[in-house]
Structure formats: structure tokens, C-alpha cells
Write a protein that binds this ligand. Structure first.
Ligand code: KG4
Ligand code: ZN
Length: 356
């Protein structure tokens, strides 16, 4: 067979996903099962529940991706699977299933680091050479890294507490945006973005966190606490009970979004300058990749565009379906590793998932 073909399997959190991708980045087949609805009901992910749902769906999802690709399993060059980081119980389902498939089909196995996969996704859709800077901002991730090669990363910054999407989700829940007629079906972050358009961001004076920290780390729990205090205060003033929508909800959303955007943009700006000053990135035309659910926020994107414009860089974002967890990025990471001759295992005897 001329082309390399990789089956990718992802179960690190609450999505069961699989895809078949070829060497040129064609997605031949993909399938995904999201557990979001179930976890929304319990107010968060309960690991054993996530594990059970992965178990119920993995076979079907992998078969769907394979069928859609019209590739026979014998034609696969390798099987790539997320092995870390993530929820141990969730990861275990994907790993056990993959090892079984690897044994059965006698194929090489490529263990995948979930963050590496997120970072390399842009190379499937755009012709981006190393090195480039990546900003990963979602409900579970928050990091800035210089990507110097397929598995060569320089971590420049990370969140010291929670991820920005997590903060948006908590503020949105506190503002009861699920009860808001315009936002009832939106994620927390999306609801904040929507409501912020109707608010005045200057009505509340929030300070971007870590203004004097001489590094590229992030922090969002302070913002969440300040928002919490403002909401409590406003509930008192407006005489609303907890559970009702405040008349100042839009102003609060606008202020939180604005402060988050400032914080993310400033930390990213520092990272770009750091890399440019040390010759790690070129002075002009360097690439900044922004990915993850929070990167789909247009207000935050505008703030990042200011950063790339003053540093003469280009901002690139993968399409939304590739920004969130998916099987395509795992399969593509497999292709990247096959091409680079990195981390392809022909004997998986040593790797066994030990349930806790
Ligand atoms: O990447 P993603 O789908 O999943 C993981 O976190 O793994 O990101 C989801 C997160 C949620 O916290 C959601 O509130 C946030 O991204 N999000 C947004 C927007 N859309 C989704 N945050 C801000 N603005 C948005 N438009
Ligand atoms: Zn992810």
C-alpha cells in the first residue's frame, strides 16, 4: 500500500472518538460519541461513569470510523491511542481496547500524548513548519508551548489553578445562564460570550491576574472568586434570590470576558517576545496557533490578533471540530510519528493497563 494509514483512538476525558487518517492529512473516516449530556446532569464528570460510557461505546465508534473510511483493518499502517494525560479510568478503556486490536491485527502501536496531538493538529489543515507557538485554552487545558518538532516541546506557561473554560463554566453556572432564554443550550463560555455583547465591560473594574509575574503562567481562580463576590453583592442589591438571572448579568459577563482576554493576550505576548528575543522564533512571520474551546471566543481571538499584529506574527486556529477532543488529531499524530520514526512500538508486551 502506497499511503500510510493510521487509526486513531481517543478516550482521555468524556469523548469516545476514533478516526482513520492518511499520510496527506485526508480524513477517511471518523466517529465520536460525546458524554456531555450525561455529565451536565451530574454537574461534572464522575470518572467511573465516564469509564462505563466509554466501555459501552468504544467498539461501535471504532467500527463506525473504520467502516466510513472503507479501509480494511489489514491495510492500516498502525494504531495510535491517547495514553496520557487524562482521567486514568477513561484512558484505560481506550488503551485496553487498542492493545486488543493491536494483538489481533498484528499492527504497530503508537502511544499518543493528548497535548502533543492538540498541538500538531494545525499541520493537518495548514502548511505550518516547526517551530511555532501554541496556545491551548479549553475547559481542561491551559498551556503555552513552543513546538520545535513532532515530539519536541518547550513548555513556556501553564495555568497555576483552573483552565479558562472551567472558570467560564463556573461563572456561567453561578449566573444561572442555563435559565436564560437566549443561552439555554450553550456551553458556559459560549453563553458568556453571547451575553457579554449586551453588557458594558467597564461597569465592573476587574484586574487581570498576575500582572507583575515575570513568566508566562496563567491563573483564573482569582477571577472566578471576584466574579462570585460581585454576583453575591448584586443579588443583595437587586433583591434577587440565588437562581434568578441578575439584571447586571450581561455587565458581569462582559467584564469577566474582557479581563480574561487581557490576561490571555498579555501572557501570550510575553511568550512571543521571549521566543523572538532568544532566536527561538523568527522576528517576522512566526506562527501562533490558538486551539481549544475557549479559542473559539471571538473577543479573545481579537485580543490575540492584536498580539500577533504588534509582533508581526500570524494567528492560526484549527477549525472548531478539530479544536475540541477528537479522533482525527490522534490519528494525525500517529502519522507524524510514523513519518518521523518516533515512538512506534512493534511489541506491546510491556504495556498493560493496570486498573486502579
Ligand atoms: O475544547 P473543549 O470543547 O473541551 C475541553 O475542555 O476538553 O472546550 C470546552 C470549554 C468549555 O469550558 C466551554 O465553556 C469553553 O470551552 N468554550 C468557550 C466558548 N465555547 C466553548 N469559552 C469561551 N467562549 C466560547 N465561545
Ligand atoms: Zn483535549
Amino acid at each position: 500500500f502506497l499511503h500510510k494509514l493510521v487509526l486513531g483512538i481517543e478516550t482521555s476525558c468524556d469523548d469516545t472518538a476514533a478516526a482513520v487518517v492518511d499520510e496527506t492529512g485526508n480524513v477517511l473516516g471518523e466517529a465520536i460519541h460525546s458524554q456531555t449530556e450525561v455529565h451536565l446532569k451530574t454537574g461534572g464528570i464522575i470518572p467511573p461513569v465516564a469509564q462505563q460510557l466509554h466501555r459501552e461505546n468504544i467498539q461501535q465508534i471504532v467500527q463506525e470510523a473504520l467502516c466510513a473510511s472503507r479501509v480494511s483493518p489489514s491495510e492500516l499502517s498502525a494504531i495510535a491511542t491517547t495514553i496520557k494525560p487524562g482521567l486514568a479510568l477513561s484512558l484505560g478503556v481506550g488503551l485496553s481496547y487498542s492493545l486488543q486490536l493491536v494483538d489481533q491485527l498484528k499492527k504497530p502501536f503508537i502511544p499518543i500524548h493528548h497535548m502533543e496531538a492538540h498541538a500538531l493538529t494545525i499541520r493537518l489543515t495548514n502548511n505550518v513548519e516547526f517551530p511555532f507557538l501554541v496556545l491551548l485554552i479549553s475547559g481542561g487545558h491551559c498551556l503555552l508551548a513552543l513546538v520545535q518538532g513532532v515530539s519536541d516541546f518547550l513548555l513556556l506557561g501553564k495555568s497555576l489553578d483552573i483552565a479558562p473554560g472551567d472558570m467560564f463554566d463556573k461563572v456561567a453556572r453561578r449566573l444561572c445562564l442555563r435559565k436564560h432564554p437566549e443561552c439555554s443550550t450553550m456551553s458556559g463560555g459560549k453563553a458568556i460570550e453571547h451575553l457579554a455583547k449586551q453588557g458594558n465591560k467597564l461597569h465592573f473594574d476587574l484586574k487581570p491576574p498576575m500582572q507583575h509575574a515575570r513568566n508566562c503562567d496563567f491563573s483564573f481562580s482569582g477571577l472566578q472568586n471576584v466574579a462570585d463576590k460581585i454576583i453575591k453583592q448584586k443579588e443583595k442589591e437587586e433583591g434577587t434570590e440565588t437562581g434568578q438571572i441578575l439584571s447586571s448579568a450581561a455587565d458581569i459577563a462582559a467584564a469577566v470576558q474582557h479581563t480574561t482576554a487581557c490576561h490571555i493576550a498579555r501572557r501570550t505576548h510575553r511568550a512571543v517576545l521571549f521566543c523572538q528575543q532568544r532566536g527561538l522564533l523568527p522576528q517576522t512571520n512566526a506562527v501562533l496557533v490558538a486551539s481549544g474551546g475557549v479559542a473559539s471566543n471571538l473577543y479573545i481571538r481579537k485580543a490575540l490578533e492584536i498580539v500577533t499584529s504588534v509582533t508581526q506574527c500570524t494567528l492560526l486556529c484549527p477549525p472548531p471540530r478539530l479544536c475540541t477532543d477528537n479522533g482525527v488529531m490522534i490519528a494525525w499524530n500517529g502519522i507524524e510519528r510514523l513519518r518521523a520514526g518516533l515512538g512506534v512500538l512493534h511489541n506491546t508486551e510491556g504495556i498493560r493497563y493496570e486498573p486502579k
